[in-house]
Every structure is written in structure tokens, then in C-alpha cells.
Design a binder for this molecule. Structure first.
Ligand SMILES: *Cc1c(COP(=O)(O)O)cnc(C)c1O
Length: 339
């Protein structure tokens, strides 16, 4: 990969130097598990950021963050409504079935992998209140969506109202939450609040955006937070040297690094998107681009050392990250324009 211009995935991006520095600074003895001074800061830091009381717990993967939060919202005999292309359905190896003790995922559709109240109602309205039918207990949405789309604050508010009316929990898979917050704009607290809307829980991703091995589960409900503390241990996710995970998250929060990194990635994506014109399959609202490109065109780009994944037979996916070099983004934009 040394000469490659990497647009494979933000998962492939390196760890930010500030995160390494914070882990080094955490490198002295402290209480184990989450009893250390750094882990103890998280609830207050996230409460400040979101402007409402919450708990912030580290875990090592986005899969665990999603499933631990959803576990507090759905009974084993119930269901979580999600998009048919949601990560929890398509990319988590059946983890929801494992962590939710067999609760179902109910698959709704929606353009750009976004859900709407109408789309969800179309799915759940036909369900009878009858023991023979699985009842929905929660909704899971993804910000940014699997196609790099961002829910607006109005769309989130409408989903929040709908969830309340139907007595459903509302969870957000925020593996790329920072990119949506950056897209919606504003300083850190305003951006975070706009991007999260009225959700009950959020899997706040840091790893794709410069972290190494720490994501945060944010719980806006005290009882759910208390449950997740127990569930995290039972799930094998209570790491005994938790201070190194807390250090990563705090480094990302310090100076709003999470937002700066996401703005950088989004700007690179926007530059490339501008060059794509009609090829673009979804509006660029975060750091992922889905672009119509024939096999011959993809080969031509690969011959110029651009690394990316195919997306089906006639498209490609490009992902920018906190470390995307400006010259690489400009080069890709030019190469696509020249095809
Ligand atoms: C990357 C990603 C995750 C997290 O995946 P892990 O590999 O479990 O860390 C979750 N949701 C979405 C939408 C993602 O893109």
C-alpha cells in the first residue's frame, strides 16, 4: 500500500498522533477496569457535549456499542426496526441475535439507507397486537447512513416524535457520527446536538476518525446506563486496563479533535464529489462516496495507484479519512474528471 492513494476505508486510516500521546500519558498505574481517573471523566465530558445528562462508556468495537445499547431497549421476544442495509443487519455477523437473545431485526426500506416515520409505519402498522406476532420495541438509525447520508435535525425530530408516539426506543449507530456532525456544521456542542437529535442512545464512533480501539456507548437514560455497565462486563467488554480506552476518547474530545478530523475528511470527499457530477449515486453528506464507474474506468484509476473497493458491478466506493492527503484528494478528483 506504500505508493497507493488510499480511499479503501476510514478503518484503514492510522491512529492520530494525539491519541498515541494520550495513551502514553495514561501509561502509569491507576485503578483497573473503569475505576481509573480518565474513565471517570467520560460521563461529564459527554454531558457537556450533548447538553443533556448522559453516560459515556467505552467499548472496543462499534458492533458491541450498538448491541449493548440495543440490549436495553428490546426484549428477547421483540424486534428492532432498522434499514435493510443497516450495519447491524448486514455487517455484524449476527451479533444482534447474540446480544439481544434472539430478538428480531425488522427491515424497513428508505432512500439512501435513511429511515422515515412513513417508511417505518409501512412496516409496523400491519403488525397485530397479538402474541403470535413479534412486536417492535426499538428503532435503530445510522448517522451517517450506510450511503454517507446525514439525517437533518428536522428529520431526527420527526423520528423522535414517531418513536415516542409508538413507544419505541430510538438508537443511533454513529460509527461516522463525527462526519455527520461536521456536515451539519457549527461548533462542537451545537454540531453534536444537531446530529444526534432526540435519540435515547448513540454508538459514538472514534476509531474510524483517528482512534485506535475505543468507541463510546452514550446512554441518555440513567437506567439504561446502569444496565449497560453490567451488560458490558457480561459481554466481555469491560477491559481491565480501561484507562487506555478512556485516554483515546478524551484525546479525541480535547480541542474538538473529533470534529476537526471529520471536517478534514468531509472536505476531501466534497472535493472529489464535485468532480463526479452525474456519476455520484448519493449526495455527499459525510466522507463516503458511491460513484458509477465501469470496470474499465476502475482499472484505469487503479493503474494510477488509487485504492478503493468495488461497489457491485458498475460502481466504486471511496472513503476519505482524517489523514487523507490534500494532494491525493485533488489527484482523484482530476483522475475521475478525466475519465
Ligand atoms: C464501521 C461501522 C461500525 C463499527 O464496526 P466495528 O467493526 O464493529 O467496529 C458500525 N456501524 C457502521 C455503520 C459502520 O460503518
Amino acid at each position: 500500500m506504500s505508493d497507493a492513494k488510499p480511499f479503501l476505508s476510514d478503518n484503514a486510516a492510522p491512529v492520530h498522533p494525539a491519541v498515541w500521546g494520550a495513551m502514553r500519558n495514561a501509561d502509569s498505574a491507576d485503578n483497573p477496569y473503569d475505576g481509573d481517573a480518565l474513565s471517570a471523566e467520560l460521563d461529564a465530558r459527554f454531558t457537556d457535549l450533548f447538553g443533556r445528562e448522559c453516560a459515556g462508556l467505552w467499548v472496543a468495537t462499534g458492533t458491541a456499542a450498538n448491541c449493548l445499547a440495543l440490549g436495553t431497549m428490546v426484549q428477547p421476544h421483540g424486534a428492532v426496526v432498522c434499514h435493510e442495509e443497516a450495519h447491524i443487519e448486514v455487517d455484524e455477523g449476527g451479533a444482534p441475535g447474540f446480544y439481544l437473545h434472539g430478538a428480531k431485526l425488522m427491515l424497513a426500506s428508505g432512500e439512501g439507507a435513511l429511515l422515515t416515520p412513513d417508511g417505518i409505519a409501512a412496516l409496523i402498522d400491519p403488525i397485530r397486537d397479538d402474541v403470535h406476532q413479534v412486536q417492535p420495541h426499538a428503532i435503530s438509525i445510522t448517522q451517517a447512513s450506510e450511503y454517507g447520508r446525514t439525517y437533518t435535525p428536522d428529520e431526527l425530530a420527526a423520528l423522535g416524535t414517531f418513536a415516542k408516539e409508538r413507544r419505541l426506543g430510538l438508537h443511533m449507530d454513529g460509527a461516522r457520527f463525527a462526519n455527520s456532525a461536521a456536515f451539519l456544521g457549527g461548533e462542537a456542542a451545537a454540531a453534536a446536538q444537531k446530529a444526534s437529535g432526540p435519540v435515547d442512545s448513540l454508538a459514538f464512533g472514534f476509531i474510524k476518525n483517528g482512534g485506535m480501539s475505543a468507541e463510546a456507548v452514550i446512554l441518555f437514560d440513567k437506567e439504561q446506563a446502569a444496565q449497560v455497565r453490567y451488560r458490558r462486563k457480561r459481554a466481555g467488554h469491560l477491559q481491565c486496563k480501561g484507562r487506555y480506552l478512556a485516554a483515546q476518547i478524551l484525546a479525541m474530545l480535547d480541542g474538538d479533535l473529533w470534529l476537526h478530523n471529520a471536517r478534514h475528511a468531509n472536505a476531501a470527499a466534497a472535493e472529489i464529489a464535485d468532480a463526479c457530477g452525474d456519476r455520484l449515486m448519493h449526495p455527499a453528506q459525510a466522507n463516503e462516496l458511491f460513484v458509477h464507474l465501469s470496470e474499465v474506468e476502475r482499472e484505469a484509476l487503479r493503474a494510477q495507484d488509487f485504492a478503493f473497493y468495488d461497489w457491485g458491478a458498475d460502481a466504486a466506493r471511496f472513503v476519505t479519512a482524517w489523514d487523507t492527503r490534500d494532494e491525493d484528494a485533488t489527484a482523484l478528483a482530476k483522475a475521475i474528471a478525466n475519465l
